[in-house]
Ligand binder design. Sequence first.
Ligand code: AMP
Ligand code: ZN
Length: 504
Amino acid sequence: MSSELTLYNSLSREKEVFKPLNEGKVGLYVCGPTVYSDVHLGNCRTFVSFDVIYRYLMHLGYQVRYVRNITDVGHLEGDRDDDQAEDKISKKARLEALEPMEIAQKYANGFHEMMRVFNTLEPSIEPRATGHIPEQIEMVQAIIDNGFGYEVNGSVYFDTLKFAEEKEVYGNLSGRKLDELLAESRDNLKNQSEKRHPADFAIWMKAAPTHLMRWRSPWSEGFPGWHLECSAMSTKYLGETFDIHGGGNDLKFPHHENEIAQNVGSCNHSGARYWLHTNMLLMNGKKMSKSDGNSITPTQLFTGDSEHISKGYSPMVVKFFMLQSHYRSTLDLTDEALAAAEKGYRRLMEANQTLQEMTFTGTEDAGELDRELHAGIDRVYAEMDDDFNTPKALAALFELVTKVNSFKGGQLTMEGLTESTFRRLQETFRVFIGNIFALQDELAGGDSNGQTEVLDGVMSMVLELRAQARANKDWGTADKIRDTLQALNIVVKDGKDGSTWSVG
Ligand code: AMP
Ligand code: ZN
């Protein structure tokens, strides 16, 4: 059914055919959120992208172990690693007068809720950094034993210069090379720094007396460096070599480059074979950033409570909007683009509903139409196989939407279309919309706890009463029903075969 899956490997900077380490299985690791504040839309973009990748891999028949961590210790303010910087979670705990673990729990809960709102799947394993301190201590020890780590006053640093001189892998991902490291002299270091070289980074940090989160280790009572958790947890759950590692491209350096250094430095294997990086979310052409006011929260986006948008956009419209750009391209959030996405989303959902309810009226023999539809469906798959190109796959799906709508409108008959191809068309829409892009049908008025059925039932009764009123020329009642529905944002369309409704 499917052509070969190719993906763009940030490590080789080329598109490569994807070959998993173990036939039929995929190990996927994605850097999860640091849970010290509400999840922002940029994070959502990255996690929605990897959810579609996860779902598509499963659709291709792979058994996927998807590991996405929660960073709840070690990530310091400004991504620093000196003892002047405060832990992001500890700082929030101090400001809100809560336990650090209360902060982590609170924002992890919020993150999970948002992931549900965007209809993403939970990962197979969601390990927390604080739950893997022994594994991280072991890794630090292995790095020291291999000669790539040194201890100063209870903190342990990774000896980047020595590593870069001995191992060719350093700099492959980020493009930073040994020459650049050598050019950075020790003078760049602040006088009091314990590091031998500016590119060295902490893998274990001695906790200051006031530091809240601390664990005993052979070197000091302290906490692990930020990059270490991902090396330790990916190795533990996916092995010393595994298939895919993902994250936003802001993490390429230093986080991912240092992850590779730690993996090689501890066990002489470099971890992931394919690195996938999502691009950043912009707003009105500029990087979304809280500090200069160019930002919007997911909730503001849903409610419309922001100066940047003219109205609210539902979670599925926002998700559709995200899928309309490739994960490696920047995504520019604008009011116009969201309004266009809303139209596109509705058109797709309506066409799907029409298609699933459509009666097959084709022929036994395959004709031109049959071949055309097969080719159209193959194109959807080919685009997804080409580095998960969701915008092009959607465009291919929309070409099929045009066909569906012309069957419905009567401009096109099903002459030359076989039943098996028609069923394949239905299946493709069902699978891509429901399982891969995982767009819920908000037009049907909700989907939980049987509410859809209840609402459908009530609505068909209301529409029947309206039809009766119109038949009786009782315009007063008919208009009242229409106006009330309009006030509830329910749009009624009158067609040849009766009236249909949707939430406007
Ligand atoms: P953080 O919570 O900052 O550690 O980030 C969690 C994930 O979201 C990482 O994979 C980041 O690379 C990604 N991320 C952060 N900011 C953005 C953004 N503006 N656009 C897309 N992804 C982002
Ligand atoms: Zn990470």
